[in-house]
Design a protein around this ligand. Structure first.
Ligand code: NAD
Ligand code: GLY
Length: 354
């Protein structure tokens, strides 16, 4: 088992990575503060993992909330569903919420934990690749608003993260590939050696080799933990983790949440950011081609939706959380393994690449 630590002083927490972790409940129990536990999951994940998790938590008083599946369910309405369940069932401040599922469940559960009675404990058990390498670590919690993705949320850290690699066995290939977009993101934004490692290990990753997957997930979590430890609330370097997201969030919002998977939108977004970099003479075309090749190898899209041009993108990008004083800010890859935050992208350049 690999154990990483996200160092945030008194709010530090461990990230456990192993096969079969959902069944190792002694470890999980040690992070639950009192008797009551509420597991939040969805109707896809519940039949797969809820029973075996609940069955092992015999020392606790456990109930559950099973939400419908999908990005559209990361909503203010479902946030209220969670609040009402906790209140009706008289959960107190000592309850621990467990998020069992992908990024949608992790984000909404974390936000509910941040708000319920001004903050209760929560634990992440991420079951998709995307949530294992990204969303379960770092404490960004949120729900979507019809006018923008993740627009209502909080920075609120979990007490522990349990990454069970075996849960990837049941994950559909399209979802696995969407997670690979966030994996590749770490290579492009700041770790060239990892990008090369991904190119070299592509076949083993696709074949689901557990040793290789564990190494890959650990490297991503370590990268994320280092960045979050130095900039928890995104005052600076953490913004680099948004590589591809400025364009990606616009695609998700414009197409309707759920049509493009988050990772798919980020994949195309990273290529659009790289094209911006090429247009600004900041990136070699050969590096762009290498990025396109690795991303496309996981069947991820590398071109924007046909029906989206400059106007459709700009409408959404004006609300991007990275903007300062109304100025759009982009994460621009300047080489494989190197990126910068720029606010000097001209409208002409944007129009050219969109
Ligand atoms: P998701 O939570 O919708 O999960 C993808 C699909 O896989 C869903 O249908 C889900 O029910 C299903 N699923 C989950 N685990 C499974 C398993 N083990 N076997 C079979 N099916 C399984 O999507 P996601 O890609 O995990 O997460 C995307 C969300 O994460 C977005 O809302 C995005 O904004 C958010 N996100 C947050 C952060 C953050 O830092 N908080 C970072 C990146 C993404
Ligand atoms: N997924 C981006 C971040 O956590 O900052």
């Amino acid at each position: 088992m690999a154990i990483l630590n996200l160092n945030l002083g008194t709010r530090s927490y461990p990230i456990y990575i192993d096969s079969g972790l959902i069944h190792k409940t002694d470890l999980l129990s040690s992070h639950i503060r009192a008797k009551r536990v509420c597991i939040v999951t969805n109707n896809i994940v519940a039949p797969l993992y809820l029973h075996s998790l609940k069955e092992k938590l015999t020392d606790f008083d456990v109930d559950e909330i099973v939400l419908p599946d999908g990005e559209a369910e990361k909503s203010i309405a479902n946030f209220e569903v969670i609040m009402s369940h906790l209140l009706k069932n008289e959960h107190g401040r000592d309850t621990t919420l467990i998020a069992l599922g992908g990024g949608v469940i992790g984000d909404i559960t974390g936000f509910a934990a941040a708000c319920y009675q001004r903050g209760i404990d929560f634990i992440q058990i991420p079951t998709t690749l995307l949530s294992q390498v990204d969303s379960s670590v770092g404490g960004k919690t949120a729900v979507n608003h019809p006018l923008g993705k993740n627009m209502v949320g909080a920075f609120y850290q979990p007490k522990a993260v349990f990454i069970d690699i075996d849960s990837l066995i049941t994950l559909p290939t399209r979802e696995f590939n969407a997670g690979m977009a966030e994996v590749i993101k770490y290579g492009i934004l700041g770790d060239k050696l990892f990008f090369v490692w991904l190119e070299d290990n592509m076949s083993a990753i696709k074949a689901g080799d557990k040793v290789v997957l564990a190494q890959m997930i650990e490297r991503c979590c370590q990268c994320k933990a280092n960045i979050v430890a130095s900039d928890e609330t995104e005052a600076g370097v953490r913004a680099l983790l948004n590589l591809g997201h400025t364009f990606g969030h616009a695609i998700e919002a414009e197409q309707g949440y759920g049509k493009w998977l988050h990772g798919e939108a980020v994949a195309t977004g990273m290529i659009l950011a790289a094209k911006l970099a090429v247009a600004m003479n900041l990136l070699e075309v050969s590096e762009l081609r290498r990025m396109e090749k690795l991303i496309a190898a996981f069947d991820l899209p590398i071109t924007a939706p046909q029906d989206m041009g400059f106007d459709e993108f700009i409408r959404h990008m004006r609300r991007d959380k990275k903007n300062i004083a109304g100025k759009l800010r982009f994460i621009i890859p300047t080489a494989i393994g190197q990126s910068e935050i720029r606010d000097d992208v001209t409208q002409d350049t944007l129009q050219e690449i969109l």
